[in-house]
Design a protein around this ligand. Structure first.
Ligand code: NDP
Length: 294
């Protein structure tokens, strides 16, 4: 069993981006600028946005954090996004989800200009991804592909079972793994809450991507020997022994599954850091595209 070390690989990618960003400065070119919008005071969202902004600073990107009251109107938020769309200095825009219930995720995502949609959630980018055209790929599935690529895992012909069909993780993951690419070229089964005999599907998986948000859902008996296990889940579970008051749990029962697997991502330090690295790669690409178009 080998750990797929997202912390290590993400650092490798960030170091590369740092060098490339320094080179932009040497050439007198614009450095990438990410604008992150955070609505309300959700603790987990604060942590995720904080980590993204900190990473920008580490690698030499410019970042702007726009904090907005929970009570902000949808109209006002859409106006702010329009301003960011029109700001020539901003390369990438991310709006941290979830948004308060009175604001439509869909309207907000659709308002971000596709060329600045570094989260890859806009329907134009989704459509391009489905058609195999250059696109901003959602950061979590993109990060998982970068991880598989780093470890030179040849997935051709494998049966991948993706548990979860959200637009930000499960569905794009299934598209990437089934693409005629490397990694990719898998036969993909996508499972969800209505899947019958889910355990049977999982047991057939050469690769299992668990992205459902149910702590330790995938147990040892659901996994075949030698499977590659990608654990996307991050759930905060109360833990009085920790200063924070919670522990992070993945969707995979690590102690049971790891001994049976060939490769496995831990939680934390697996998919999470890769998500941030992929977001940074997307932002760098957005900046290069803008530099070359200006
Ligand atoms: P969503 O809640 O949007 O989607 C969950 C998916 O899992 C749905 O498709 C749902 O099915 C399916 N599901 C729920 N319960 C079951 C079940 N019992 N059996 C089979 N399928 C089930 O979650 P996300 O995709 O946004 O996130 C999934 C997890 O990944 C969460 O823990 C989240 O925190 C984490 N995450 C981690 C990231 C990282 O960087 N590591 C980034 C993004 C997310 P249905 O469609 O039928 O409802």
């Amino acid at each position: 069993m080998q750990i797929l070390d997202g912390q290590f690989v993400s650092q490798f990618i960030k170091d590369e981006l740092k060098l490339e960003t320094a080179q932009l400065v040497v050439e007198g070119k614009k450095v990438p600028h990410l604008a992150a919008v955070l609505v309300g005071n959700n603790g987990a969202s604060e942590t995720y946005v904080g980590a993204k902004v900190k990473t920008c600073t580490e690698i030499g990107f410019k970042s702007t954090l726009i904090r907005l009251e929970e009570s902000i109107s949808e109209y006002k938020l859409l106006t702010i996004i329009e301003q960011l769309n029109n700001d020539a200095d901003v390369d990438g825009i991310l709006v941290q989800l979830p948004l308060p219930k009175h604001i439509s995720d869909e309207k907000v995502i659709n308002a971000i200009h596709p060329s600045k949609d570094v989260d890859g959630f806009h329907p134009e980018n989704t459509g391009r991804l489905v058609q195999g055209l250059p696109a901003f790929v959602p950061a979590t599935p993109h990060g998982i592909m970068l991880l598989l690529e780093h470890y030179k895992i040849d997935t051709k012909g494998m049966h991948a079972v993706v548990v979860g069909r959200s637009n930000i993780v499960g569905r794009p993951m299934s598209i990437l793994l089934s693409s005629n690419t490397n990694p990719g070229n898998c036969t993909v089964t996508i499972c969800h809450s209505q899947t019958k005999n889910l355990n049977d599907f999982c047991r057939q998986g050469d690769i299992i991507v668990a992205a459902l948000g149910k702590p330790e859902f995938v147990t040892g008996d659901m996994v075949k020997d030698g499977a590659i296990i990608i654990d996307v889940g991050i759930t905060r579970v109360a833990d009085a022994s920790r200063k924070s008051g919670f522990a992070l749990k993945g969707d995979v029962h690590f102690a049971e599954v790891a001994p049976k697997s060939s490769y496995i991502t831990p939680v934390p330090k697996g998919v999470g850091p890769m998500t941030i690295a992929a977001l940074m790669k997307n932002t760098f690409k957005a900046c290069l595209d803008r530099n070359s178009n200006s």
